[in-house]
Ligand binder design. Structure first.
Ligand SMILES: *[C@@H]1O[C@H](CO)[C@@H](O)[C@H](O)[C@H]1NC(C)=O
Ligand SMILES: *[C@@H]1O[C@H](CO)[C@@H](O)[C@H](O)[C@H]1NC(C)=O
Ligand SMILES: *[C@@H]1O[C@H](CO)[C@@H](O)[C@H](O)[C@H]1NC(C)=O
Ligand SMILES: *[C@@H]1O[C@H](CO)[C@@H](O)[C@H](O)[C@H]1NC(C)=O
Ligand SMILES: *[C@@H]1O[C@H](CO)[C@@H](O)[C@H](O)[C@H]1NC(C)=O
Ligand SMILES: *[C@@H]1O[C@H](CO)[C@@H](O)[C@H](O)[C@H]1NC(C)=O
Ligand SMILES: *[C@@H]1O[C@H](CO)[C@@H](O)[C@H](O)[C@H]1NC(C)=O
Ligand SMILES: *[C@@H]1O[C@H](CO)[C@@H](O)[C@H](O)[C@H]1NC(C)=O
Ligand SMILES: *[C@@H]1O[C@H](CO)[C@@H](O)[C@H](O)[C@H]1NC(C)=O
Ligand SMILES: *[C@@H]1O[C@H](CO)[C@@H](O)[C@H](O)[C@H]1NC(C)=O
Length: 512
């Protein structure tokens, strides 16, 4: 592959986010679409090194939109009081998010689907609030639903019922995006962000898919149904081995999540065909990703995200587009805060004028330009969510906890608040995490020898390593812009050069 990618100015971009997509599997249409690039990662890691810097919907989506770590966009959780779609977010970070720059560069912009969990609610400016930068806006009010939802359509309320033909949200997002493509002006580039709630709960599959995957169960590997006894307080609570009720529950959830994704598959296929028929496929970048990872049974936690482990912080990310060689895998870690700078880089925005913590990976994807250095360390930060009162369904559990189902296993708590530094270079693949709880709990994993994080090595590891990791963490937690990327800031780490892995034979494996 010899030629550099074409001048990025007039490229079209399509971008999908879907919530909570379990990263182990890829989907039928994706596998059959030629030319997809799989951004996989460093060292001997068998799976892709693509991370969210925080494993919860609203903070993660805010990071995707702004290119910033949570400590800089200040969206702490999914509540309005934690800045999810709050008036302060609207006045501050949202007014500097990437769509504004696209709009200034004459992009025709389109959004449809789930935006931020509190979006459109009364105290969040109602449906009238349309974030700046969007020409066409079809956003879900509140959190994930498939039927019986309300949309803000360019600031006007639109209510929907539960007729599959008229209301099924995944299909509606697709249909509106097709109209947008028909109505656009061919003189200007376009950008679409399609954000189906699938495969988020309540996992309502389209009628034709409700019987699919009937024999599929959650994979029983890695840390599945293992006790988390050397881990932080919350991970020492679940009953181990798990009850049959929990196993049945999580298998059912796993299956239904897959079913809902079949409509997302259809969406991708139809949209790619549409781009082909309007002769735009060859100059369009397509990104496919999710905002979080997900677990089903790992360390005996039934279902959710919110934990520091690989299953929750890794996300899928696939890209195709001009200048990108098919089927390549990148070794460098890519973070959700890198999406905004990458999109702006493609659209020709001068990144030194944009306030982001992430970095563009455009030149990494184009092999002829790849000559850079890989980010050797990054931050994961999370604020635990709790409830001020005891859950009446689980009276034995005191206040301060949340997500206590099934079997009263709680998946989150106020003191499930942590920050981690991840070092990932040719020498090391280490994770170091500190909790803001009454034990000031510390977890350390050597991902090279222990990819499933079964053993917390805090008591075994050289104290000098702990000290260096602690210092890096403190610096990262207050980094802004350049200082989040500049390694001269973090003594003792070296950039490693990017290099391409060969084609990953596992990419198109079927789930069963
Ligand atoms: C919400 O964001 C604003 C700035 O946008 C910040 O001043 C405030 O402290 C944040 N609130 C929380 C709870 O972090
Ligand atoms: C939608 O709302 C109607 C009226 O409340 C209800 O009967 C129906 O079961 C709901 N459908 C779904 C899929 O929740
Ligand atoms: C989407 O469009 C297709 C084809 O026109 C139609 O059959 C389907 O009912 C539409 N679905 C929704 C939810 O609008
Ligand atoms: C749980 O399920 C397993 C396998 O289906 C069965 O052998 C076991 O008896 C069940 N345990 C209980 C307590 O029902
Ligand atoms: C980007 O902006 C910086 C700061 O204003 C400027 O020094 C640089 O020349 C600009 N780069 C390009 C390619 O325009
Ligand atoms: C890559 O980096 C080397 C050393 O810094 C330089 O000599 C070479 O020209 C660069 N190649 C490209 C394609 O930028
Ligand atoms: C979200 O964050 C705010 C500010 O820190 C806090 O007051 C609120 O209790 C949090 N919400 C939950 C559900 O934990
Ligand atoms: C975490 O919070 C819960 C609920 O408030 C409490 O019971 C538990 O002792 C706390 N654990 C630690 C280690 O702080
Ligand atoms: C991590 O594991 C690898 C492989 O076993 C080993 O070479 C390395 O020294 C370990 N690192 C630490 C910090 O324990
Ligand atoms: C990409 O890799 C898959 C699996 O290895 C293979 O089936 C497919 O033909 C490759 N596609 C291209 C365009 O090279």
């Amino acid at each position: 592959f010899n030629s550099p990618p074409p001048a990025p100015k007039y490229c079209r971009l399509v971008f999908f986010v879907c919530c909570f997509f379990f990263f182990f599997f890829f989907f039928k249409t994706i596998c059959f679409s030629p030319g997809l690039v799989f951004l996989l990662s460093t060292l001997s890691l068998p799976s892709p090194a693509k991370f969210t810097v925080t494993p919860l919907c609203c903070p993660s989506r805010s990071s995707i939109l702004t290119g910033r770590y949570p400590h800089n966009h200040e969206v702490r959780n999914n509540s309005l009081s934690g800045n999810c779609s709050s008036p302060l977010w609207q006045k501050g970070p949202e007014a500097e998010a990437f769509p504004i720059y696209l709009s200034k560069n004459k992009y025709q912009t389109f959004f449809a689907g789930k935006y931020l969990n509190q979006y459109g609610k009364k105290d969040a400016g109602d449906v009238d609030h349309v974030p700046p930068g969007w020409d066409q806006w079809h956003a879900l009010v509140g959190n994930s639903q498939y039927y019986n939802y309300t949309l803000s359509v360019n600031g006007k309320e639109e209510k929907h019922g539960d007729s599959y033909e008229k209301d099924y949200l995944t299909d509606l997002i697709l249909n509106r995006s097709l109209h947008f493509l028909d109505d656009r002006s061919p003189q200007h580039p376009f950008f679409l962000l399609l954000s189906p709630p699938a495969p988020h709960s309540p996992w309502t599959a389209a009628p034709q898919y409700q019987k699919e995957f009937s024999n599929v169960k959650a994979p029983r590997d890695g840390s599945f149904n293992k006790p988390g006894k050397d881990k932080h307080w919350l991970l020492r609570q679940p009953v181990n081995p798990m009850s049959n009720t929990s196993l049945t529950f999580l298998d059912n959830a796993y299956r239904k999540r897959w079913q809902t994704l079949l409509s997302v598959d259809d969406m991708v296929e139809i949209l790619v065909k549409k781009l082909e028929s309007i002769k735009e496929l060859d100059n369009t970048y397509i990104f496919y990703m999710s905002d979080n990872g997900y677990h089903t049974g790992q360390f005996s936690l039934p279902i959710d995200k919110r934990q520091l482990y690989e299953f929750d912080i890794r996300i899928p990310l696939m890209v195709r587009g001009p200048g990108i060689k098919p089927n390549q895998t990148l070794q460098a870690p890519v973070l959700n805060i890198d999406l905004a700078p990458t999109i702006l880089d493609i659209s020709g925005v001068n990144l030194s004028l944009v306030n982001v913590d992430g970095q563009s990976f455009l030149s990494q994807m184009a092999p002829s330009l790849r000559n850079g250095t890989a980010r050797p360390l990054f931050l994961i930060e999370y604020n635990g969510e709790g409830q001020p009162t005891t859950d009446p369904a689980c009276p034995k559990l005191g206040p301060g906890l949340s997500q206590c189902f099934p079997d009263c296993v709680c998946e989150d708590a106020y003191n499930n608040t942590y920050a981690c530094v991840r070092t990932l270079d040719r020498q090391q693949n280490l994770q170091y995490c500190e909790f803001a709880d009454s034990e000031s709990f510390v977890e350390v994993y050597n991902l090279t020898s222990d990819p499933h994080q079964l053993e917390n090595i805090v008591k075994k590891v050289d104290p000098a390593i702990l000290q260096v990791m602690n210092q890096r963490l403190i610096k990262l937690q207050s980094c802004v812009g350049d200082s989040c990327r500049d390694i001269n800031f973090y003594p003792g780490v070296w950039w490693s050069r990017y290099f391409t892995l060969s084609i990953d034979g596992n990419v198109c494996k079927e789930p069963f």
